[in-house]
Design a protein around this ligand. Structure first.
Ligand SMILES: Nc1nc2c(c(=O)[nH]1)N[C@H]1C(S)=C(S)[C@@H](COP(=O)(O)OP(=O)(O)OC[C@H]3O[C@@H](n4cnc5c(=O)[nH]c(N)nc54)[C@H](O)[C@@H]3O)O[C@H]1N2
Ligand SMILES: Nc1nc2c(c(=O)[nH]1)N[C@H]1C(S)=C(S)[C@@H](COP(=O)(O)OP(=O)(O)OC[C@H]3O[C@@H](n4cnc5c(=O)[nH]c(N)nc54)[C@H](O)[C@@H]3O)O[C@H]1N2
Ligand SMILES: [Mo]
Length: 743
């Protein structure tokens, strides 16, 4: 989130919730939206293919066809530009590339938009008028936006809308991506990803060398961990298509097939293509699952050998920080010691490292500290988790975790009563800090940044411009704004690039001593000495620069977002007009099909019904945890799908009958039909929180004795269609087709 929920309650006047069902998935966050309605008269607009519980609270609900949000937003932009409702000063001063957006928007007349999205011309005009004229407006989204083959473009068109309306970097505005799991923000920031080092430091030798220093290991040693040096900077297999690394049915780029799988903290049946996953599990030499529960990855396979379940302690038995959806940290203390023979996650990893002979290297970084700009070993042993946090704070400059020391974060937790829940401001001894030090929290004196990109707030109080990440110019156009975009109280007028050793003296107008130069890192993001940060703060300057926001991402297949039909689209007529991307030969090491799959045949003839994914309030993720609770399982005792009575009865499926749902690749699931009018007769909606049954086959016998949950069922991901985002490889969970059959 660029902003935070307290800000929504206080300042927001229009909330555009597009592709999120927060009433179910984030009820506490949603409470703030309801309060904004009540206290602030804010309008709630919900755009969703399904009439959700969130939609039930909306002032305006628009039923969009899945996968057409880009078209919808262009339809809004068309009207905004036509009526002159855009924020011209903001576009001129703080953005780059909006002219290209304007050209594309010109094509999206209300009639064209209505045809593609399923939203009527009148609704489009109404919603645009309301949202463009009610300031400040905030956008909220989650999985309805990301889980598409165009997911990454979806996540760009919404910030573009906010830039055009001048809603970015403003209290009550911004882009609020409501994060999912407990600590998913923290896990993303640590980059538990296949294509990045922690803190979003991209793959590449300079970043690896920087981390080698902070970990106290040789770069060469790190490189030798890889089969060959080239793999060091290549993306790894991702969670979405790891199975192809085992099966190797499509072209795969790796030195050998994957032979062993270690699963720690993900449910696996929460990924698409579960039948492929099942096949891959059979073929592995080794499967290890480290989980507090019996992860159903171990249940959907019939393999008997070389499969190990390691009991892991829960969050209540461990200590450390978690990050909330608004980028703030919270220290969490251990409630009880790990029970029975379970071990905390890090202990499991430490044991693993010991067996494989790299424990010393793994933990060395926690014994080190910065002395004169160099990271050196300062003690023989480390304290968990404090020293892990110290390692993070001294290393992750990129998003500004420099101020996240264990001491400060503990004090925040011990002093909850001293923070204002709406403004996040501390009082009394916590005065001058924002709760949880929302990042960027540049250094130990910085208060945290509750709202991103707000130039009306001084840097030392949490303000900043846009980040200078993409060079100084593009096609001859400067990416640095002029005098007018001045960060309050900054001694440097207007825009400036990111601060490096080479430009710091010139930009800040200072002279460094020889001693300072000797220990300073090459740039703000790799400066262990902290001098760059310190000098910048003295001048009220943000070390990452004060740049323009770019609408054009020149290195992506679509430099500006373009509507492209889902891989399996119900509109064959539109597939030709808005085709998907070319196939990718190497996307996270595996071939990934786009156009060849989309245009193979008119899939909608045999599979006429759209699939939309949903959550239920009593279950989370792959669902094993809650299905082990008698009372939570009781609420949804079996897997089901919401289906409109007209569609169901067309196939002779009465309310509460069983039905088969068939997917284009020949997979199927058997589920209970719930007649329900939240969906229209062209789509069905199903939860993804079940497992334990595969294509009608009950796998109960595979649960170790006494561990079968109270509710099991088909995983909807058995029929999630083939389809992945072109940049992130996230599965197209939220678009796809199926066929209904009475069971
Ligand atoms: N069809 C469909 N599929 C989806 C989605 C969808 O909307 N539709 N959503 C996707 C999204 S956004 C997500 S985040 C995923 C979520 O899916 P998963 O990541 O699979 O979610 P969980 O079931 O929470 O899985 C976490 C596993 O970690 C275990 N666990 C819990 N606490 C701990 C711990 O402290 N340590 C360890 N080692 N393990 C622990 C749990 O017991 C569980 O087995 O599903 C994705 N899949
Ligand atoms: N009870 C419960 N709470 C949870 C979870 C859980 O499993 N159970 N999971 C957590 C996790 S990991 C996450 S990531 C969050 C997810 O939080 P949300 O994303 O809010 O949850 P979803 O239910 O997946 O809601 C996505 C919404 O997008 C809609 N949608 C689908 N396709 C489209 C589309 O093309 N365009 C638009 N505009 N809308 C579309 C769907 O109909 C659905 O209502 O929830 C978190 N909270
Ligand atoms: Mo998630």
């Amino acid at each position: 989130m660029t902003n935070h929920f307290g800000d929504v309650t206080q300042n927001c006047k229009a909330m555009l919730v597009i592709g999120a069902n927060s009433a179910v998935a984030n009820p506490i966050g949603f409470k703030h939206m309801l309060q904004a309605k009540d206290l602030n008269g804010a309008k709630l607009i919900v755009v969703d293919p399904v009439f959700t519980r969130t939609a039930a609270k909306a002032d305006m609900y628009l039923r969009i066809r899945s996968g057409t949000d880009i078209a919808f937003v262009y339809g809004m932009l068309h009207l905004i530009f036509k009526n002159g409702w855009e924020d011209k000063a903001f576009i001129n001063d703080r953005t780059y590339g909006i002219d290209d957006v304007r050209k594309e928007a010109a094509k999206w007349t209300p009639e064209v938009t209505a045809d593609v999205t399923g939203i009527s011309v009148e609704e489009l005009i109404q919603v645009t008028t309301l949202y463009a004229k009610t300031k400040p407006g905030a956008v909220f989204w989650a999985l309805g936006i990301t889980q598409h083959s165009v997911g990454s473009s979806n996540t760009r068109i919404l910030p573009i809308l906010q830039l055009v309306l001048g809603n970015a970097g403003k209290p009550g505005g911004g882009c609020n991506i409501i994060r999912g799991h407990d600590n998913v923000q923290g896990s993303t920031d640590m980059c538990n990803l296949a294509d990045s080092l922690p803190g979003y430091y991209g793959l590449g030798e300079p970043a690896w060398r920087y981390f080698a220093q902070t970990w106290g290991v040789d770069f060469d040693w790190l490189q030798q961990r890889f089969f060959a040096p080239k793999w060091m900077n290549a993306k790894g297999f991702s969670l979405s298509k790891w199975w192809q690394g085992v099966l190797q049915e499509e072209k795969t780029h790796s030195s050998s097939p994957i032979r062993a799988l270690w699963v720690q903290g993900t449910g696996i049946t929460s990924m698409s293509q579960t039948v492929k996953i099942q096949q891959a599990l059979e073929k592995l030499d080794l499967l290890v699952v480290a989980d507090p529960f019996v992860n159903e990855v171990a249940v959907i396979t019939n393999r008997q050998d070389n499969i190990y379940l390691l009991p892991v302690a829960t969050q209540f038995e461990s200590e450390g920080t978690v990050s909330a959806t608004n980028r703030s940290a919270q220290w969490r203390t251990q409630v009880v010691k790990p029970m029975y023979e379970s071990k905390e996650d890090h202990e499991v990893m430490f044991e693993f490292a010991k067996k494989f002979g790299f424990y010393d290297e793994l933990v060395r970084g926690m014994k080190m500290a910065v002395k004169d700009g160099k990271v050196v070993q300062v003690k023989e042993d480390f304290v968990w988790p404090d020293d892990a946090m110290r390692e993070i704070a001294r290393t992750i400059k990129s998003i500004g975790l420099g101020g996240w020391t264990p001491e400060r974060l503990r004090r925040h937790q011990e002093n909850w009563h001293l923070f204002d829940p709406l403004t996040l401001e501390g009082r009394g001894e916590m005065k001058g800090e924002f709760y949880g030090l929302p990042w960027p929290c540049w250094d130990e004196k910085h208060p945290g940044s509750p709202i991103l990109y707000n130039v009306d707030t001084p840097v030392n109080e949490g303000g900043m411009g846009f980040r200078n990440r993409f060079g100084m110019e593009h096609n001859g156009v400067s990416q640095i704004p002029g005098e007018r975009v001045h960060v309050k109280d900054s001694k440097v007028q207007g825009g400036y690039p990111q601060i490096t050793k080479a430009n710091i003296e010139q930009i800040l107008g200072i002279t460094l001593t020889e001693a300072e130069k000797a220990i300073m890192g090459p740039s703000w993001a790799m400066d262990f000495s902290g001098i760059i940060q310190e000098k910048c703060r003295e001048k009220g300057v943000c070390a990452y620069g004060n740049a323009k926001a770019r609408a054009i991402v020149w290195e992506f297949p679509d430099p500006i977002p373009m509507h492209r039909e889902p891989i399996h689209s119900p509109r064959w007529d539109l597939v030709k007009k808005y085709p998907t991307y070319p196939d990718q030969e190497n996307n996270f090491r595996v071939e990934t099909k786009f156009i060849s799959e989309q245009q193979k045949t008119d899939w909608s003839k045999e599979f006429p019904t759209m699939i939309v994914s949903m959550r239920v309030v009593n279950l989370s993720g792959a669902g094993m945890i809650e299905r082990c609770s008698k009372y939570l399982a009781h609420i949804t005792p079996e897997m089901f799908a919401n289906i409109h009575p007209d569609l169901a009865l067309r196939y002779g499926v009465k309310d509460r009958d069983m039905m088969w749902l068939h997917a284009p690749h020949g997979t199927k699931i058997k589920v209970r039909a719930h007649h329900n009018r939240s969906v229209t007769p062209d789509r069905i909606c199903l939860p993804y929180n079940f497992a334990g049954v595969m294509q009608g086959v009950d796998m109960s016998a595979n649960y170790p004795e006494g561990t079968k949950p109270y509710a099991i069922g088909e995983s909807s991901n058995t029929i999630t269609n083939y389809g992945f985002d072109v940049i992130t490889q996230i599965s197209e969970f939220n678009a796809g087709l199926c066929r209904v059959e009475k069971a």
